[in-house]
Design a protein around this ligand. Structure first.
Ligand SMILES: Nc1ncnc2c1ncn2[C@@H]1O[C@H](COP(=O)(O)OP(=O)(O)O)[C@@H](O)[C@H]1O
Ligand SMILES: O=C(O)C1=C[C@@H](OP(=O)(O)O)[C@@H](O)[C@H](O)C1
Ligand SMILES: [Mg+2]
Length: 172
């Protein structure tokens, strides 16, 4: 089946918003396969995300990520992305063709509580950039690319899956 005719759900959002955790649970609930583009990057590079970021820097990391996204050609999958995926316009256009893009929206406070390992998590921060600045910069991009936005604060994984499924309305 061509990419244009595919039925997939792509999860986008800040690091720590739950894309990887929710993705695998959602895939099981809606009888899809699951793929995490972070794992595609690590497998193809044979390095962790943090190692790639440290060795190659922000711009090269984003290019590697976009290439990984462009290599995803699937049907009936839930695709968890890395938070920085929205810096790659061609990659995002590809994901939009693959299916519905769902933004897992979380507040800054929730993210601060979850991201205790900022320094080792491989987050694509520009020099001197704080989580708060990143949050505002990214939220604009996530909103721009989202077909569906799910407010996640205060909800557990199952409740978030229920909201996503209701918004998808059987279209996958
Ligand atoms: N709805 C939720 N409620 C509480 N903790 C969550 C929720 N979703 C994810 N988490 C936790 O937040 C952390 C980050 O989740 P993860 O799936 O790795 O996010 P992402 O892939 O978006 O970076 C993990 O420890 C995960 O268990
Ligand atoms: O937001 C980011 O800058 C990043 C998030 C990571 O994925 P998660 O969003 O799954 O944590 C990973 O892609 C990479 O380390 C960069
Ligand atoms: Mg993840």
């Amino acid at each position: 089946m061509s990419a244009a005719a595919s039925h997939n759900v792509t999860l986008i959002g800040m690091p720590g918003s739950g894309k990887s955790t929710i993705g695998v649970v959602l895939a099981k609930r809606i009888n899809c396969q699951f793929v995490d583009t972070d794992l595609i990057i690590q497998t193809s590079q044979q390095r962790t995300l943090q190692e790639i970021m440290d060795a190659e820097g922000f711009d090269a990391f984003c290019q590697i990520e976009e290439n990984a996204v462009l290599s995803v050609n699937v049907d009936h999958h839930v695709v968890a992305t890395g938070g920085s995926v929205v810096y790659g316009p061609e990659g995002m256009a590809h994901l939009k063709k693959l299916g519905q893009v769902v933004f897992l929206k979380t507040g800054l406070k929730t993210l601060e509580e979850r991201l205790s390992n900022m320094a080792t998590r491989g987050i694509a921060l520009k020099p001197g950039q704080t989580l708060e600045h990143l949050f505002h910069e990214r939220n604009r991009l996530y909103t721009e690319y989202a077909d569906i936005t799910i407010e996640c604060d205060g909800l557990n994984v199952e409740q978030i899956c229920e909201k996503i499924e209701a918004a998808l309305n059987g279209s996958i």
